[in-house]
Ligand binder design. Structure first.
Ligand SMILES: [Zn+2]
Length: 119
């Protein structure tokens, strides 16, 4: 079980956040928050495919080291929100999550993805 967020380089748990990056205390790599969060979502979905993706769940899953508003923003960028308020959760956009994540990881672009191109 891989709960938490992990370094892209050495897979150590990340513990410290600045606005856009999570710093690895072991290899000193800076990991973009977006990618770390998306990776955590991917882990969660691999382990629990039926789980609904919510801000609170991801916040908890990632050990609460990234703020809820930041997680909400990342989820909003990459997923479509279903429902309202307390009962809302996130669905993958038309483009599949894995494909999108792979694009993010391989192109090494972080922060902003082309949003809603397919809508
Ligand atoms: Zn590291």
């Amino acid at each position: 079980m891989k709960k938490g967020v992990f370094c892209q380089t050495c897979s150590s748990p990340l513990a410290y956040q600045t606005r856009y990056f999570l710093h690895c205390p072991f290899c000193q790599t800076t990991n973009p928050v977006d990618i770390a969060i998306l990776q955590a979502v991917k882990e969660l979905r691999t382990l629990f495919p039926e789980e609904k993706i919510t801000t609170l769940k991801i916040h908890d899953w990632t050990g609460k080291i990234v703020s809820k508003p930041r997680i909400r923003q990342i989820l909003k960028n990459h997923f479509i929100r279903q429902g309202h308020g307390k009962y809302s959760y996130y669905m993958e956009k038309k483009i599949t999550f894995n494909k999108e994540l792979n694009t993010v990881l391989s192109s090494n672009i972080y922060g902003v993805l082309p949003e809603d191109d397919d809508m």
